[in-house]
Design a protein around this ligand. Structure first.
Ligand code: AMP
Length: 193
């Protein structure tokens, strides 16, 4: 064990999993602050790229507006670059990545390359009706009703298989996403302890 190598990421390599509207973005921010590690939202990174008119932004804008997923190779680049930044060295709360099985394998590969691994995957869940209501209440430009439904469909089809995948690895922590922000935060803290 090299000096500092294991101390670099003390059990704080976390992934938040959950359907759109589950509140995982808010909860990832709260937990990141509590643990002193960055909450990394790939959706937010892509929205910034779109707003900034970058090459990446131009590539992903239409895809995001349709509710579909950006391709795995593009996302691998985005997340690899982000995890290499110094502020991620002590850990991270990933929000919105991975979203497919190949992405989960990419993430494992990035971490393994540094001699690390995920510590836990927090699944925040809520009933479908609640999810649609909440997502619509957020009213972002890309949160129109059809797009919200498409996102949920894509989540069920492409992302939900990750639940079983991480369960099999013994990493999954299920948290009920209903209730106040504080109530859900406490459940999350309890689940990762
Ligand atoms: P989010 O804010 O996490 O809901 O992400 C908004 C949109 O960005 C998604 O609907 C996708 O189009 C795209 N996106 C964000 N993260 C990913 C990812 N890991 N894989 C593919 N597309 C993503």
């Amino acid at each position: 064990m090299g000096a500092g190598s294991d101390a670099a990421r003390p059990g704080r390599n976390l992934v938040f999993l959950g359907p759109p509207g589950s509140g995982k973005g808010t909860q990832a921010e709260i937990l990141g602050k509590k643990l002193g590690v960055p909450a990394i939202s790939t959706g937010e990174m892509l929205r910034e790229a779109v707003a900034g008119g970058t090459e990446l932004g131009k590539k992903v804008e239409g895809i995001m507006n349709s509710g579909a997923l950006v391709d795995d190779d593009t996302m691998a680049e985005v997340v690899r670059e982000r995890l290499e930044r110094p502020d991620s060295r002590r850990g991270f709360v990933l929000d919105g990545y991975p979203r497919t099985l190949p992405q989960a394998e990419t993430l494992a590969g990035i971490l393994a390359g540094e001699g690390h691994a995920l510590d836990a995957v927090v699944l925040i869940d809520a009933p479908e009706e609640e999810l649609v209501d909440r997502a619509l209440a957020r009213r972002r430009a890309d949160d129109k009703a059809e797009v919200v439904r498409e996102r949920l469909r894509v989540y069920r089809q492409k992302t939900e298989p990750l639940v079983g995948y991480y369960e099999g690895l013994g990493l999954l922590r299920r948290v009920d996403g209903l209730g106040s922000i504080d109530a859900v935060s406490s459940r999350i803290l309890g689940a990762i302890e």
